[in-house]
Design a protein around this ligand. Structure first.
Ligand code: IPM
Ligand code: MG
Length: 358
């Protein structure tokens, strides 16, 4: 049976890094039905919408989506509904991709890439499980309104709504506990329960779900403290589970601990393991088209796609081993290049991974 995969390259460096991931997928000898469609700014230019109906339809009907990146400053002035970011938010919501897995791994070969001391980060391997379809990101009502009374009466006010339904917290809790069970058996739930009702509710549900996972050690941390601990002693974490907004911020922080965001893949899954796979970095329009971007995060995202949505762990292992091998050979794109290593282009890195696969 051939596996249907939607390929959405997007903007900036998206197309060139996706091209390398496609070469790698093509070399596996699998029966994959790969179909491309425009998304983000590229889709706005072609079809006046960042997530055109045909693109959404293709995504819905695929087992998995391989996503490049979206965004470019030239779309910043558009009304919010037409901005490239709406494509990714729209896909998450439409497909119910509530579980976002963002690993932050420091490869031993890249120990010097981090801005933190090697002893603080060497061997770092944490997983952030971020809830992705709820919270203040999607809460209604939101907007701008007139203030009727109180000290700011007569002024306008911008507002958003933070909320979580019990089932939304439960299902992401299960993802967190199950991930922890397969790793170091430690789950840290991050919230702001000292201030927010939503967070206290989140924490209470986490504690309830924890009863089903007696083998996993659950801890709780306020988000401000978690931001500090991530730079102070990041290796103390195994799996972090958190809401959409806090997860957005902490996952960028965790990615930067490795100093090589160009290496980090991510997966966004729904209840039937349909998933969207994308590099953790953005579209980097400043270096687009120069053949210098690091394709490894996208290649590793393709590996996650094989592992989680196609249940092809063996093929995923092959890609991950090949990536380790090219690092071992000292090949580096500009973002992770250092003295004593060989600087290669985007396509040369793709060549090297292909060769290592054989
Ligand atoms: C991310 C991004 C998105 C988010 C943006 C592009 C809407 O920052 O995937 O982390 O905030 O979720
Ligand atoms: Mg983000």
């Amino acid at each position: 049976m051939s596996h249907k995969i939607a390929v959405l390259p997007g903007d900036g460096i998206g197309p060139e890094i996706i091209e390398q991931a496609l070469r790698v997928l093509g070399a596996l000898g699998m029966d994959l039905d790969l179909r491309s469609a425009p998304v983000g700014g590229a889709a706005f230019d072609a079809h006046e919408h960042p997530l055109p109906p045909a693109t959404l339809e293709l995504a819905r009907n695929s087992a998995a989506i391989l996503f490049g990146a979206v965004g470019d400053w030239k779309y910043d002035a558009l009304p919010r509904e037409f901005r490239p970011e709406q494509a990714i938010l729209g896909l998450r919501k439409a497909l119910g991709l509530f579980a976002n897995l963002r690993p932050a791994i420091l490869y031993p070969q890249l120990a010097n890439a981090s801005s933190l001391k090697p002893e603080v980060v060497s061997g770092l391997n944490i997983l952030i499980v971020r809830e992705l379809t709820g919270d203040i990101y999607f809460g209604q009502p939101r907007g701008v309104r007139d203030i009727e009374d109180g000290p700011f009466k007569g002024e306008r006010q911008g507002f958003d709504t933070m909320h979580y339904a019990e089932s939304e917290v439960r299902r992401i809790a299960h993802v967190g506990f199950q991930a922890a069970r397969k790793r170091g058996k430690k789950l840290c739930s991050v919230d702001k329960a000292n201030v927010l009702e939503t967070s206290q509710f989140w924490r209470d549900i986490m504690i309830t779900v924890a009863r089903e996972y007696p083998d996993v050690e659950l801890s709780h941390m306020y988000v401000d403290n978690a931001a500090m601990q991530l730079v102070r002693a990041p290796k103390a974490f195994d799996v972090i589970v958190t809401g959409n907004l806090f997860g957005d911020i902490l996952s960028d922080e965790a990615a930067m601990l490795t100093g090589s965001i160009g290496m980090l893949p991510s997966a966004s899954l729904n209840a039937s393991n349909q998933g969207l796979y994308e590099p953790s970095h953005g579209s980097a329009p400043d270096i687009a088209g120069q053949n210098i971007a690091n394709p490894l995060a996208t290649i590793l995202s393709a590996a996650m796609l094989l592992r989680y949505s196609l249940n092809e762990a063996g093929q995923a292992d092959r890609i991950e081993t090949a990536v380790q091998a090219v690092l071992e050979q000292g090949l580096r794109t500009a973002d992770i290049h250092e003295d004593g290593t060989t600087r290669v282009s985007t396509s040369e890195m793709g060549d090297a991974v292909l060769k290592a696969l054989k």
